[in-house]
Write a protein that binds this ligand. Structure first.
Ligand code: ADP
Ligand code: AMP
Length: 218
């Protein structure tokens, strides 16, 4: 099964994707995670991406399309299926994805779209913190670690706030993503692939709704 998870920054894509890949045994491909890894390793691509990410802008399509295509072409994807998170984010990326899937003989089975009122996203993003070791995502108020300062996933105890979650960047990120997002959803709606999920509810309840949607896609 091959799925996309979509939604504005802070909608809960990464949180739900972590649960989905475990439950449905899919390979998680997050372009944001790939860029953060490249930035941490200070690769050429990471250095280029950083200038866009820190300003809350999108990394150019040709770079993003390239890394996704390269990852989708690896053998484990055809064997297990994928969950793409944070991609596509422009209509050009959606068109590039259609082409890549066709070339690789893969089919998209469904799009999970987490719907949310943008007004609550500033609180979500400003309280988000991440495990430095494994990238697991938490929230100061809504989803703290079970044991203070210990990652639930890997046990590490170093956390950080994403540079692009600072208030001055969040506004631009939301504007950019709102402007680009609607035509993409319209594209997948036309193909009858979209399941709408209410994002403004407890994390466990969002996941329960996603499970129902995925069960009907299978
Ligand atoms: P995205 O990947 O869509 O940008 P995240 O999954 O990182 O979003 O979630 C953004 C922030 O909101 C994180 O701090 C996360 O812990 C928190 N969060 C995720 N889902 C919910 C929810 N349903 N209710 C409250 N907070 C949530
Ligand atoms: P995310 O972790 O999905 O919130 O992504 C963090 C940042 O990485 C975004 O604000 C963009 O700057 C960049 N990024 C992630 N995915 C994409 C994409 N599909 N296209 C362009 N830029 C992206």
């Amino acid at each position: 099964m091959n799925l996309l998870i979509m939604g504005l920054p802070g909608a809960g894509k990464g949180t739900q994707a972590a649960k989905m890949v475990e439950q449905f045994n899919l390979i998680h491909i997050s372009t944001g995670d790939m860029f953060r890894a490249a930035m941490a390793n200070q690769t050429e691509m990471g250095k280029l991406a950083k200038s866009y990410i820190d300003a809350g802008n999108l990394v150019p399509d040709e770079v993003t399309n390239g890394i996704v295509k390269e990852r989708l072409a690896q053998a484990d994807i055809a064997e297990n299926g994928f969950l793409l998170d944070g991609y596509p984010r422009t209509i050009e990326q959606a068109q590039a994805l259609d082409k890549t899937l066709l070339e690789l003989g893969l089919t998209l089975d469904g799009v999970i779209n987490i719907e949310i009122d943008p007004s609550i996203l500033v609180d979500r993003l400003s309280g988000r913190y991440m495990c430095r070791a494994c990238g697991a995502t938490y929230h100061k108020v809504f989803n703290p670690t079970k044991v203070e300062n210990v990652c639930d996933t890997c046990g590490a105890s170093e956390f950080y706030q994403r540079e692009d979650d600072k208030p001055e960047t969040v506004k631009n990120r939301l504007e950019v993503n709102i402007a680009q997002g609607e035509p993409i959803i319209a594209h997948y709606r036309e193909l009858g692939l979209v399941s709408a999920i209410e994002g403004d509810q407890e994390i466990a309840n969002v996941f329960a709704d996603i499970e129902k949607a995925v069960d009907s896609i299978k």
